[in-house]
Every structure is written in structure tokens, then in C-alpha cells.
Design a protein around this ligand. Structure first.
Ligand code: BGC
Length: 741
């Protein structure tokens, strides 16, 4: 009897095994599952998974149980659904999200753990909304303050960007939602982004523009990369032999999918051979002319299938693409271990508030005008940006937020129980529109008064106010912080310089809060005692800002980019139009833009030229003060390039606060030109008044290396180096020498 039962059980389990194909068996390794699924797919099924079937989705494999694959923007929240094949709203009632602060703000926190929380929260929102991939984060380098999409990126420094992108990717992917790190690479212009061909030295490419992507791939283990619109070496970056096949896939060992930016593919042969895996958004003739199924006209669609059937290609490239797509499926939609999704949960709002609170940068605070002491006071709030919703606009990162608290509402909310009086004056009229792809803010900001009338009203009110808080800056309209165009100037738009100067001349307690993702010129900087960089902060903007202005949050954000006085201090703008915005070739199809400043971007440029920017990279004040001292190491020489430094940081003021300790390294003597110093480690640390903490900062050989163009690799030359520590690139209070043997 016992024997018979055992026999029955083994037969049953054999049957089960026979019935469970390898690709559906979670106990099997992912590569076995990929190969098994691949072997079962027809040519048509393979073709279907490598191109879009709607604006944001591609097909799964129905017959084999792979669901359709849904992507969505990114990177600051999960974008509301548009129609299957139109950019208008699908009209869902369940796609309002939490809008997280823009990535510039996240970078300004200098707090990698917050980046991880951010990624996780976004991943949970994406999961709830049924998305397998978020189109973000963006890690293009801030080359010029005119860059229309800088607000979606993480600043000018490759090291800071690298450290901040890794946890974002890991947090997001811990939900089984792929990140699609963008826009790879050299997408530093919005104007003519489809035509710009970047000419750049190998050193600048590897030292400045690639490390963020490299870190996301090698350390973050990103499952997706988005090819950029522009060209490099005369090939579009969505199918580029050099950047995709060679650097990304061969050198870095990337095993995920390369997704084209929407409409970034231009050629069948290049799309087949040069590293593209999934084609989205292509503007083929079919699409513009409205064929019944425009998606059949994609390069990686019916045309490719036909070419294979006619023997123009073997299935070698196709199978390689499909393998990557299947790997993506097993990591996301076919992953049974995915956690639960949440949308608009309290934890997500807390994350948004935390990031906002830690990213806001106190740039200037003469006479300790901030924090505001509200008791019995009258506060005049001025400016369109105090009331304008900023989560709508800016291009593809535009959101439909469940709620957005404006700066004025934030102050009103936080001061509602106090005896302080808040008044508002418009001050200027910027862009009163408020809609993107059919999402409208519902705000009526129309005001027909002339600039003079608006300024006069604000000035009259300011005369009797105890504080004037101006919320100005940019917005997310065209030619501001917005996809599709770059800014035309670094100046503030809409007469704001005049308004700010007028207000500061009648009220000594004037505070200017700049809302933007870019630096703006501030010719009135010396007349305005307090200046705060307030970014685009998403759903909880008003609360984040009010808490900093009122001292409930002690500011601890530090600039992720150099805040130049004006464009004459910017490397990219120092070589004429050849370096920015480039020169059209004959025929006007390609515009060559040569990054003549090379590796000298941001503080690397101002250091070399001995220029004093308005605010340096890494700068950020607090309501307390700090002392960074006593940089030391157990050894002052290294043979393998690894160094461990210790440094003390003391809170020398009278309230609790956090400082960002930054470590820079200079190569004293080298066979090639090196920047004066480069950021190589940092740590944010919270301290009570009087408290001292010793922190440890480690660096490795890469921190001492430059990209050697002769060998095509990283090289550290033996000799003397200097390590500097402090809390801003222009405030380095201690240093030590060491030697690489
Ligand atoms: C943008 C991408 C975005 C895509 C999909 C493109 O225009 O450049 O960043 O992810 O659209 O919306």
C-alpha cells in the first residue's frame, strides 16, 4: 500500500513537472527561463515585444501568459494615463498621484537614504498603477543654467549624481518596477534635441557625462536605459554603436533593455544592429498619417520582420533583443515576489515632505532674517509662484497630483493658529495657463493689471509689513524649466528683478524664495538679506517651504550645481556658438555642438578660471553653524589607492541641524591637466548644539584617477594628492596630503 502511494505521488509530481514549463517555474534561474520562453516564441511574437503597441505600452506574449508591458513617466511621480494612441487624458479617475520633489531637490539633500525612500515610494505608486517601468531617473549633467530639463536631473557633479542615482534605482526596483535611466547620453540641450551632434573628448565623456549612468548600471543594476534623442559621433543615441553596444553593453555589462526615447529611432539598420531593444513613440509615416495601426510601421516592427523573412537579417540580433525583454518581464510583470503597491499613502506624503525639507537650500541669511518670528507680525507674501500649481507642466514629467499645497497655502496652514497676519500681493504676472496633455490645474490666475500697477501695490503693502516673502523664479512653461526648449537667458522673467529691487528698498526684512530647477541671475543679491532656493517641490511644496521659513525644519540642502553670477562664468558659454548651441551643418539636418570646455564643467571651470560664483557648488546654510576640522587618516600613503579619512564636525551654534561634509581631492602633479579639486566623498550628519561627531569617509583608486585617452581606461598616477574637507566647495577648512605609491 505504502509503496503504491509513493509511486502515485512520484507519478503525480512528474506529471506536474512535465506540465510546468521551465519559463514558468520560479525555482529555475532567470536565464534558463528566458531561454525556454525564447524557444517557444514565434517570429511574430518576438517582433511584438520589441516595439510599442500604444503610447506607453508594448505587447506581452498572450499565448504564453506574459502580460502587456506598461511604462510611464517619471521621474517625479507616476504620470496620469493618456489615451491608447493620443496624448490626451484617458480620463481615469484613479490616476492621481503623489508628486515628489524634482530630482534637483533630491540631489540637494545629499542624502542617499532619502533617495532610496523616494525610489521605493515611487515604485509602490507605480505598482499600484500597474506599471512595469518608470521612465526615470534622469542623470544628465547640468552643463549650462539654460538647460530646459535640468530640473529633472541631479546637478553638475558626476560623483554626487552617481551616489544619488544608485539608491533611487534600487529603491524603485525593490518593488519589481524597472527604472529606465535617462537620457543616455549627452542630452544637455533641449533646443534641437533631435539634431544636436555632440563632439566631446573621451575624457570629458567618461569623467563628467557618463559616471551617473555607469553607477546606475554597475552598482544600481538598472534594468532599463533610455537612449537620448541627440547624436554622438553622427549616430542617434537610441541606436548608437559606440555608446550602446560598446560602452553600455560590452564595457559595463548592462543586461537590461535599451528603450528608445519617444520618437528617438530613425533607421532600421541602426535600430537592428546598434543596441536598441525596445522602440517607443516613433513618428513614422504611419503615425503622422494616422494609419490604422501605426505601430506596425515602427522600425522594429513589420519592416524588420519582413527583412528577416527575406533573409536580410538573421534572428541573431532579434533574439538578443527578445532575451533582454524577457529578462525584463521576469524581473517585473512575471515576478511573483513583488510587494504590494500603494497610491497616495501617508508614507509617500511623508517621503515627499522629508525630501523637500532636506533639499531646500538656504543660500543667504544676512542679519539672521530667517527663520521668521511670526508672533504678532504682518507677513506680506508676493509673487505668482506663491500661488501657481507647479506639478502640471514642464513636459513629460507633468503630473496629476492628488493635491498640491502652494507656498501661500503652506504658510497659511502652518500659521493658522498664530496671531500673525498674512497678506498677499501678486507682484507679477507670469504664465496664467495651467494645462498639460489635458490635465488642467483649474486655477484662474488671470490678472490684467500692468507690471507697474502690480509692483506699486506690492510696494505699498510692503511698507507696513514686518516681513516680505517673495516667491518668484521660473515656472514650467515653454522656455523656462520645461522640456522641448532651453531658456533664452539666465535672467528672471516677467519683470521680477524690478519687483524684487523695489520691495527690498522699502522693507529690510525681505526674503526671496526662488522656485526653479536652474540658477537664475540675481543682480539685486546684495540688497536682499535672505535668499532660499525652493525648487519644484511637488505635492507638499507649501508645507516644506513654510517649515523651513518658520524654522520648524532647519535647512540642510546644499547646491548640486554652481550658481553662477551670469553666463559669462559658464564654461559652455565661453567659446561662442560652436560650443553652445552649436553650428548647423549644410542642409540644416545636424547641428554640431562641441563641448570645448571639456572636463571643466561647473566648479571645475570656476576653480580653474578663479571665478567667484554667486553661490558655490555644495553651498548651503543652516540656522546653526558648523565647524569641520581635523581631517586625518591612519596612513598618509596608499599603494592600492584606497584611503579612509576621518574628520570632525561640530555644531557650533544653538540649534540642532545637519551639515553636509564634503571631501574633495586634488592631484598635485599629473601628466594631464586635472581640475583644481573634485568631489570624491560626502556625508550628511545631524548634530545637537555643541555636539561633535567624527565621521569616516572612504575613497578608492577611481577617486584618484583620470580617463586616460591613450589606453581608453582609468589611470591613477603615483605621486602626491591633497584631500580637502569642509561643507561647500568654497569652504574647505582642513586638508591633508597623501601619496599614491
Ligand atoms: C521625453 C522622455 C519621456 C518620453 C515619454 C520624451 O519626450 O524626452 O523623457 O520619458 O517622452 O513621455
Amino acid at each position: 500500500m505504502k509503496y503504491r502511494i509513493t509511486l502515485f505521488l512520484s507519478a503525480f509530481s512528474l506529471l506536474l513537472q512535465a506540465q510546468t514549463p521551465v519559463y514558468l517555474d520560479p525555482s529555475k534561474g532567470i536565464e534558463d527561463r528566458v531561454e525556454d520562453a525564447l524557444s517557444r516564441m514565434t517570429l511574430a511574437e518576438k517582433i511584438d515585444v520589441i516595439h510599442a503597441q500604444s503610447k506607453f505600452s508594448s505587447a506581452g506574449v498572450k499565448r504564453l501568459g506574459f502580460p502587456d508591458f506598461w511604462t510611464d513617466d517619471g521621474p517625479h511621480g507616476v504620470r496620469p494615463d493618456v489615451l491608447w494612441d493620443e496624448w490626451e487624458q484617458a480620463g481615469q479617475t484613479n490616476d492621481s498621484c503623489v508628486a515628489f520633489p524634482a530630482l534637483t531637490c533630491l540631489a540637494a539633500t545629499w542624502h542617499p537614504q532619502l533617495s532610496s525612500l523616494y525610489g521605493r515610494a515611487l515604485g509602490e505608486e507605480a505598482l499600484y498603477r500597474g506599471k512595469g517601468m518608470i521612465l526615470g531617473p534622469g542623470v544628465n549633467i547640468y552643463r549650462t543654467p539654460l538647460g530646459g530639463r535640468n530640473f529633472e536631473y541631479m546637478g553638475e557633479d558626476p560623483y554626487l549624481t552617481s551616489r544619488m542615482v544608485i539608491p533611487y534605482v534600487q529603491g524603485l526596483q525593490s518593488c519589481g518596477v524597472a527604472s529606465c535611466v535617462k537620457h543616455y547620453c549627452l542630452n544637455n540641450d533641449e533646443e534641437y534635441r533631435h539634431q544636436v551632434n555632440v563632439i566631446i573628448s573621451d575624457r570629458a565623456l567618461h569623467e563628467i557625462y557618463l559616471p551617473g549612468f555607469e553607477a546606475a548600471v554597475k552598482e544600481g543594476k538598472a534594468w532599463g536605459i533610455m537612449g537620448a534623442y541627440n547624436l554622438y559621433k553622427d549616430e542617434h543615441n537610441c541606436h548608437n554603436q559606440y555608446t550602446l553596444n560598446k560602452i553600455l553593453k560590452q564595457d559595463w555589462g548592462f543586461d537590461g533593455v535599451v528603450v528608445s526615447d519617444w520618437g528617438g529611432a530613425h533607421d532600421l539598420d541602426q535600430a537592428v544592429r546598434n543596441g536598441l531593444d525596445m522602440e517607443f513613440g516613433t513618428w513614422t509615416d504611419g503615425l503622422t498619417m494616422g494609419a490604422t495601426n501605426a505601430y506596425d510601421n515602427y522600425y522594429l516592427s513589420k519592416g524588420y520582420q519582413k527583412a528577416i523573412l527575406e533573409g536580410r537579417y538573421t534572428t541573431k540580433e532579434l533574439d538578443e533583443k527578445v532575451r533582454r525583454v524577457l529578462r525584463l518581464f521576469f524581473r517585473t510583470t512575471m515576478n511573483r515576489q513583488r510587494p504590494y503597491g500603494f497610491l497616495c499613502s501617508e508614507e509617500h506624503y511623508v517621503t515627499a515632505r522629508l525630501v523637500a525639507g532636506e533639499g531646500i537650500v538656504l543660500l543667504q541669511n544676512d542679519r539672521n532674517v530667517l527663520p521668521i518670528q511670526p508672533k504678532g507680525k504682518k507677513i506680506l507674501v508676493v509673487g505668482e509662484n506663491a500661488i501657481k500649481m507647479m506639478t502640471v507642466g514642464g513636459g513629460s514629467s507633468s503630473l496629476k497630483a492628488q493635491h498640491e499645497i502652494s507656498p501661500l497655502q503652506g504658510l497659511q496652514e502652518r500659521l493658522k493658529a498664530s496671531d500673525c497676519q498674512i497678506e498677499f500681493a501678486r507682484g507679477y504676472v507670469g504664465d496664467v495657463g495651467g494645462s498639460y496633455n489635458g490635465v488642467t490645474t483649474g486655477q484662474d490666475l488671470k490678472d490684467d493689471r500692468s507690471p507697474e500697477e502690480l509692483i506699486n501695490e506690492a510696494v505699498e503693502k510692503a511698507k507696513t509689513a514686518d516681513y516680505v516673502v517673495i516667491f518668484g523664479g521660473l515656472n514650467k512653461s515653454d522656455y523656462q524649466d520645461c522640456e522641448g526648449h532651453d531658456r533664452k537667458t539666465m535672467d528672471l522673467p516677467y519683470n521680477q528683478d524690478k519687483l524684487i529691487t523695489a520691495l527690498a528698498s522699502v522693507n529690510k526684512q525681505t526674503i526671496y524664495v526662488n522656485i526653479s530647477g536652474n540658477a537664475v541671475s540675481m543682480p539685486w543679491r546684495k540688497q536682499v538679506p535672505a535668499i532660499v532656493q525652493g525648487w519644484f517641490l511637488g505635492s507638499e511644496a507649501g508645507i516644506g517651504l513654510a517649515d523651513v521659513l518658520l524654522g520648524k525644519t532647519n535647512p540642510s540642502g546644499h547646491l548640486p550645481f554652481t550658481w553662477y553670477e551670469n553666463l559669462s562664468q559658464v564654461g559652455a558659454h565661453s567659446f561662442g556658438e560652436a560650443a553652445f548651441p552649436g553650428i548647423w551643418r549644410e542642409g540644416k539636418k545636424i547641428i554640431d555642438e562641441e563641448y570645448k570646455e571639456g572636463i571643466y564643467v561647473g566648479y571645475r571651470w570656476t576653480d580653474m578660471k578663479k571665478l567667484k560664483p554667486a553661490f558655490a557648488f555644495g553651498h548651503g546654510l543652516s540656522y546653526t553653524t558648523f565647524k569641520v576640522s581635523n581631517l586625518r587618516s591612519d596612513f598618509d600613503e596608499t599603494t592600492d589607492g584606497n584611503m579612509t579619512f576621518k574628520v570632525d564636525v561640530t555644531n557650533t551654534g544653538d540649534c540642532t541641524g545637519a551639515d553636509v561634509v564634503q571631501l574633495y581631492i586634488s592631484d598635485v602633479k599629473c601628466s594631464v591637466d586635472r581640475p583644481v579639486k573634485e568631489l570624491k566623498a560626502f556625508r550628511k550628519v545631524m548634530l545637537k548644539p555643541g555636539e561633535t561627531k567624527t565621521i569616516t569617509l572612504s575613497t578608492d583608486k577611481r577617486a584618484l584617477s583620470f580617463w586616460d585617452e591613450a589606453t581608453g581606461g582609468w589611470k591613477a598616477e603615483p605621486g602626491e594628492f591633497i584631500a580637502w574637507a569642509g561643507d561647500s566647495s568654497d569652504h574647505l577648512t582642513c586638508k591633508m596630503k597623501f601619496t599614491l605609491k
